[in-house]
Design a protein. Structure first.
Length: 444
């Protein structure tokens, strides 16, 4: 590696003799000369990678490439749009007469022609310029020499094939405008070559359309046959489905007839005496531990006995409504001291149920407080206290011990409860912890 003080050393390839370097460049270029394209400005577009190595190598190899490209390339292609032969004229003016002759002998020049839809006056001028160039600059010997097997012109694209009237109009105008009076043999020959290429293109396109039509007809015939086969299969499946439906309907009739002929026998429980069934209902309902009454007189958690059948439900429901308050603990959820649901439930009970509810401490109230409306909270608590003092005197045991076990606070008690005079004493303020509540209300 060269240091900052030492000049960079040349590549080993550049230290070879010029004659040897030229021979190597020529060999590398010949290996890559397959298809060479002429650009819109008349320059060669497809250049070998050898020219991109360094500047010195490009200066040495570029003349070799320009010398070998037109004569040794398998295909020398140029794209002419709207009969503007300027790129081809520019390139042909750059090559020598020897290269012209080699291109004419090899026949590797191909002219792909494309044109826009519609006729333009510039097209006639462009063709006139090109045919005159062919007659004066010997371009006809390169493109359409008499012994050439096929024309160098090739109309490309489907746009030209779809405008058959365009070429006939162009031929008429070109013949009248530029192929009259002094028409040289080279001009006439070149123009006839373009017309022949166009006719070959239209014939090829028509043949391709005809072949494609035949292929589509064959495909359509095959699809029709396949459709007939599939329709036959569908018909057989539909008939099989109809037969299955008939069998299902027949079996349904047989099942219905059998159900009518053999009525269902009652359950062994329902065959017992009514008094014995009531005793069984009472024993089952006595196992109930907790009930959650609602304001409409129903319960959210009923025993499974009531869901056995309609007759058992009708017989056991009155027993359940009578025994449930006596044997099970009634649990209520009160929000912000709104005891209306509790008061509605107690009003539906008789004296015996109320006495059992109070003495056995079967009433449990879960209180949650999260509102900031202190007036509504105080109003609800005041109504409950009045209800307890007026309607529950002698019916519900409201001793300190009973109250201590009846109220359960869920969640954290807000600070404003203590500020408003609701004193809550507890071992813990966590959820579902039984605490005692001493309420002192500041009446206004």
């Amino acid at each position: 590696m060269a240091t900052e003080d030492e000049p960079p050393t040349a590549s080993p390839f550049m230290r070879l003799a010029p004659e040897l370097r030229n021979a190597i460049c020529e060999q590398v270029i010949l290996e890559e000369l397959e298809v060479v394209r002429i650009g819109a400005r008349g320059h060669l577009v497809d250049k070998p990678d050898l020219l991109a190595v360094c500047r010195q190598l490009r200066q040495e190899a570029l003349p070799v490439y320009l010398e070998l490209a037109p004569t040794h390339a398998e295909e020398l292609i140029v794209n002419i749009h709207d009969f503007d032969f300027t790129p081809l004229i520019t390139y042909l003016d750059c090559i020598s007469a020897e290269q012209w002759n080699i291109v004419a002998d090899v026949g590797n020049l191909w002219i792909d022609m494309t044109a826009s839809d519609g006729f333009k006056n510039n097209d006639v001028s462009a063709i006139r310029r090109w045919t005159r160039y062919c007659s004066t600059r010997l371009a006809s010997t390169v493109i359409t020499i008499p012994d050439r097997t096929e024309s160098a012109y090739n109309f490309a694209g489907d746009g030209m094939a779809q405008t058959s009237s365009f070429m006939r109009t162009l031929e008429k105008n070109a013949s009248e405008a530029c192929l009259t009076a002094e028409v040289s043999e080279a001009e006439s020959w070149e123009w006839e070559s373009i017309i022949e290429a166009w006719e070959a293109r239209t014939w090829t396109a028509a043949r391709a359309r005809a072949e494609r039509r035949e292929e589509l007809v064959v495909e359509r015939t095959a699809l029709e046959k396949r459709l007939l086969v599939e329709r036959a299969k569908v018909g057989r499946l539909e008939r099989a489905i109809e037969e299955q439906d008939e069998m299902i309907r027949a079996l349904d009739h047989e099942v219905d007839d059998a159900a009518i002929e053999s009525p269902q026998e009652p359950s062994p429980l329902l065959r017992l005496a009514a008094e014995l069934r009531n005793t069984i209902y009472e024993l089952v309902i006595a196992q109930t531990k907790i009930i959650e009454p609602r304001t409409d007189g129903c319960f959210t958690n009923k025993p499974g006995l009531l869901a056995a059948c309609h007759q058992i439900r009708l017989e056991a429901l009155p027993i359940f409504l009578h025994l449930a308050p006596l044997v099970a603990r009634s649990v209520f959820e009160v929000h912000n001291f709104d005891f209306r649901k509790v008061m509605t439930y107690i009003d539906t009970l008789n004296n015996a149920q109320c006495t059992a509810l109070g003495r056995r401490r079967m009433l449990v109230v879960k209180v949650t407080i999260d509102t900031k409306n202190e007036a509504r909270t105080e109003k609800g608590l005041r109504g409950w206290m009045r209800y307890c003092s007026t309607k529950l005197a002698g019916r519900l045991d409201t001793s300190n011990y009973a109250r201590r076990q009846s109220y359960i606070f869920s969640g954290t008690v807000p600070d404003h409860v203590e500020q408003r005079g609701y004193t809550v004493s507890s071992r813990s303020r966590s959820n579902t912890t039984q605490i005692s509540m001493n309420v002192s209300v500041s009446w206004r």
